[in-house]
Design a protein around this ligand. Structure first.
Ligand SMILES: *Cc1c(COP(=O)(O)O)cnc(C)c1O
Length: 651
C-alpha cells in the first residue's frame, strides 16, 4: 500500500468547520487563504495577523518551542465586550445605576495581563479582585485610588491591616468578609486605630451552582456568611453606628456556570437580601455577582455536558441586570452598582499555545520484506489473508478477513513464546496484520454504513496515530488532565490540504496520562483529531486555544518541564504582517527548574567533572574528549526544559 496521502484541495471553510472554530473562536480566529490560522484581534476591523508569521518572527527573536503567543488586542477586546454587554443591558432596561467589573487576578496573574486588563478597562472603571496575601501585595499599588479592589479568600490580621491602611490612603479597597471571625479581627484592628472600616460580605446562598465547580457555592461551600451570621454582623454595625460601612454584598457560585437559570436564581436571592438590608437602613451600594461567566470551549451549546455553557455574554449581562431591576422595583429600593468578578471570560481567548510535533508513532510502521520461498506457515497464511482483504468488498467478507488476521497474529505471538517462530517471522506477521487492518478499514469506510460494525470502531482506534508533541499536558493544559476540561486544538498551517490522519496528541512526559484525550470537533467532542501527515524536514505546528485562563498558573512541573516561553503581540496597521512583538519572556531554564528541587549547577558540575577527570586519568577517554563531554553536559543548564525541534539527518 502506498505510504502517502494524496494531497487533495481543501478549503478554508472546510477546515474551519472540521475544527469547530465557529463554536469556540468567538470571531477572533479563522483560516486564511494561505491555509494558516489567523487572528482578527480587533472586532469590527478587517486587520488580521497570521499565526505562523508570528511564530517565524518569534523564532527570529531567539524563542524556542513550545511558545505562548498572547494577543493583547484580543484581551482588550474581551474586556470591552464584557463592559459593553452590561452597558447595553443597562441602557435597554433603563437600569438607573452602572456596572463596574473587577478582574480576579488568580485567573492569570502575569503582570502584563493585569496591566492590559486595567488599561483596557480604564474607561469602565474596571478594578481588581484578589484572594491571598501575595495577590493583595501585587494588586494594591495597581488600583490607584479610584478603582475597586476586592479581597476575597481567607484574610489574616496582616492582610486586614494592609486594607485598613489602604482605606486611610483613600483607596477603594474592601475586605469581603468570608468568615465571622474575620469581621471580629477587622473590628479589633479598627478599634485600635480608631477608624471606621469599610467592608463587604460574602453571602452563602441556598442556590447552588451547576457544572463542575458548583461546590464553591451553596450551603456546603467553604466560604461565606450564613444568614444568621449576617444578622449578627449587621446588629454589631448598628450598635456601633456604622450602618453606612457595609458597602457590598457578594456571592460566587463557582467557575464556568453552565446554566443561566442557576445564575438568575442566585441573583434574585441576593437581591432580596439586599432589599431587606436596605429597608433596615444599611447603605449598601454594590451588588457583586462573583465570577463564573462561562466560556465555550467548543462543546457546543448543548447544556448537557459540564463544560458547555447555555448562554452568551449578552444573555449573562441581561440576566443580571433584569433580575436585580425586577426585585429592586418590587421592593422599592434603589438600584445598586452592579459588580461582577469575571476572570475566565476575559483572559481565556487571548493566549495560544504553539507546540511542534516531534514525530508520529504509528502502530503499523511498515516493515519491508520479501516473502521467503518457504515462509513459516503462519506467515504464509497471513499473506493469503492480506490478498483476500484486497479482493473483498462486502461487509461479511471483510469482517471474516479481519477475524482471520486477528487469529493469525495471536497464533504468531504464541508460537514465538514457545520458541517456534523467530523474531524476523514475527515482524513479518505483525506487518501483514497491520496491512490487512488498513485494507479492511478502508473498504469498510468505503461502504459508508449507517450503523458501522463494532470492528470498524475497533480498527479506527487501533490505527490512530500518536503525534508526539513538544509540551507537557501537566504544565500547559493542567485542567485537561485534572478535570477533563476540553481545549480546542488544531494545526496552525497546511489547512488548504485535507488532514487525513486520525491522530491522538501525546506529550513529552513519561506518564500515560500525558495525552490529549478529547477534542472538540464538528459534531461534538471526539477522541481523535484529524491531522496531516508530517513532511520530512518540515515543522508541523499545533495550536491549543483558549488557554489564557487558569492553565498557566496552575501548571505542574511533571518530569521537571518548566514554564514555556512567550511573546506578547500587538496589532498594528503600520507593520509588515500587521503586528509587532512587544515583549519576549524566555521559558524556564534547566538550572532554574533544578534549583526548585534543590539541585545546583555548581555541585552537579563538580561531580560530573570529578567523574570525567578520573576517567581521563585512568585512560578511558583522552583529555580533549573528556572536556568535550563535560562541556556538552554543562551547556544544557542554560537551555529550556523542552526539546530542541531540530532533527539530525543522515548524510
Ligand atoms: C475564581 C473566582 C472568580 C473568577 O471566576 P471565573 O469563573 O474565572 O470568572 C471570581 N470570584 C471569586 C471569589 C473566585 O474565587
Amino acid at each position: 500500500m502506498a505510504d502517502t496521502d494524496a494531497v487533495s484541495a481543501w478549503s478554508a471553510q472546510q477546515a474551519e468547520s472540521l475544527y469547530a472554530m465557529e463554536t469556540w473562536g468567538d470571531g477572533f480566529f479563522h483560516v486564511n487563504e494561505a491555509g494558516h490560522v489567523a487572528v482578527r484581534p480587533r472586532p469590527g476591523s478587517d486587520l488580521t495577523i497570521d499565526i505562523p508569521e508570528v511564530i517565524a518572527a518569534a523564532q527570529e527573536e531567539g524563542m524556542t518551542m513550545p511558545l505562548i503567543i498572547r494577543f493583547q488586542d484580543v484581551l482588550r477586546a474581551r474586556v470591552r465586550r464584557l463592559n459593553e454587554a452590561f452597558a447595553q443591558a443597562i441602557a435597554e432596561s433603563g437600569y438607573s445605576n452602572r456596572y463596574q467589573g473587577v478582574y480576579p487576578i488568580k485567573v492569570n496573574q502575569l503582570h502584563e495581563v493585569v496591566d492590559e486588563v486595567l488599561d483596557a478597562g480604564e474607561p469602565f472603571g474596571m478594578g481588581l479582585e484578589c484572594g491571598s496575601k501575595t495577590e493583595l501585595v501585587a494588586a494594591l499599588p495597581l488600583v490607584g485610588d479610584q478603582r475597586l479592589l476586592l479581597c476575597n479568600g481567607v484574610k489574616d490580621h496582616t492582610m486586614l491591616a494592609l486594607m485598613l491602611n489602604a482605606q486611610s490612603l483613600g483607596q477603594q479597597v474592601l475586605p469581603v468578609i468570608e468568615k465571622f471571625s474575620e469581621f471580629e479581627q477587622l473590628m479589633v484592628l479598627a478599634d485600635q486605630r480608631g477608624v471606621a472600616p469599610r467592608l463587604a460580605v460574602r453571602v452563602k446562598l441556598s442556590t447552588r451552582g451547576s457544572g463542575r465547580w458548583f461546590e464553591s457555592g451553596g450551603y456546603r461551600s467553604k466560604f461565606g456568611l450564613t444568614i444568621p451570621e449576617i444578622m449578627r454582623l449587621v446588629q454589631d454595625l448598628e450598635s456601633r453606628g456604622l450602618t453606612d460601612r457595609l458597602e457590598l454584598l457578594h456571592f460566587h457560585l463557582g467557575s464556568q456556570i453552565s446554566n443561566i437559570q442557576t445564575l438568575r436564581s442566585a441573583v434574585k436571592e441576593i437581591t432580596q437580601i439586599y432589599a431587606d438590608l436596605r429597608h433596615r437602613g444599611l447603605d449598601i451600594r454594590y451588588l457583586d455577582v462573583g465570577g463564573g461567566l462561562g466560556v465555550n470551549y467548543g462543546a457546543g451549546y448543548a447544556g448537557t455536558e459540564d463544560t458547555a455553557v447555555n448562554y452568551a455574554l449578552t444573555e449573562y449581562a441581561n440576566a443580571v441586570v433584569y433580575a436585580v431591576q425586577e426585585i429592586c422595583a418590587a421592593r422599592e429600593v434603589p438600584e445598586p452598582v452592579l459588580v461582577s468578578e469575571s476572570g475566565r471570560a476575559l483572559t481565556a481567548h487571548h493566549s495560544v499555545l504553539v507546540v511542534p510535533a516531534l514525530g508520529v508513532h504509528r502502530p503499523d510502521t511498515p516493515f519491508e520484506f520479501e516473502l521467503a520461498d518457504e515462509p513459516a506457515p503462519v506467515v504464509a497464511a497471513m499473506a493469503r489473508t492480506l490478498e483476500e482483504a484486497r479482493s473483498s468488498e462486502d461487509l461479511q467478507a471483510l469482517l471474516e478477513v479481519f477475524h482471520d488476521a486477528q487469529d493469525g497474529r495471536t497464533e504468531a505471538d504464541q508460537l514465538m513464546r514457545l520458541g517456534y517462530l523467530d523474531v524476523e517471522s514475527l515482524a513479518q506477521a505483525d506487518s501483514l496484520y497491520w496491512s490487512t487492518c488498513r485494507e479492511v478499514l478502508a473498504s469498510l469506510q468505503a461502504l459508508a454504513l449507517d450503523s458501522p460494525p463494532l470492528e470498524q470502531t475497533q480498527l479506527e482506534d487501533q490505527l490512530t496515530d500518536m503525534y508526539l508533541c513538544d509540551f507537557s499536558v501537566f504544565h500547559s493544559i493542567i485542567d485537561h488532565w485534572a478535570i477533563g476540561q476540553i481545549f480546542p486544538v488544531m494545526p496552525l498551517h497546511r489547512l488548504d490540504e485535507e488532514p487525513k490522519r486520525r491522530a491522538q496528541v501525546v506529550d513529552l512526559t513519561c506518564d500515560s496520562d500525558g495525552k490529549v484525550a478529547q477534542y472538540p470537533g464538528a459534531s461534538g467532542t471526539s477522541e481523535w483529531l484529524p491531522l496531516h501527515r508530517l513532511n520530512a524536514g518540515e515543522p508541523y505546528y499545533l495550536g491549543f486555544f483558549l488557554v489564557g485562563a487558569y492553565q498557566e498558573i496552575l501548571g505542574d512541573s511533571h518530569n521537571l518541564f518548566g514554564r514555556v516561553g512567550e511573546v506578547h503581540v500587538y496589532a498594528s496597521d503600520d507593520e509588515p504582517g500587521n503586528f509587532f512583538i512587544e515583549k519576549v519572556i524566555g521559558g524556564l531554564s534547566v538550572q532554574d527548574m533544578l534549583a526548585q528541587v534543590q539541585y545546583f549547577p555548581n555541585e552537579l558540575n563538580k561531580r560530573m567533572s570529578d567523574l570525567v577527570k578520573a576517567k581521563i586519568e585512568a585512560g578511558v577517554v583522552k583529555p580533549n574528549e573528556g572536556m568535550r563531554i563535560l562541556n556538552q553536559y554543562t551547556r544544557r543548564f542554560e537551555e529550556t526544559t523542552y526539546c530542541d525541534i531540530k532533527v539530525l539527518r543522515r548524510d
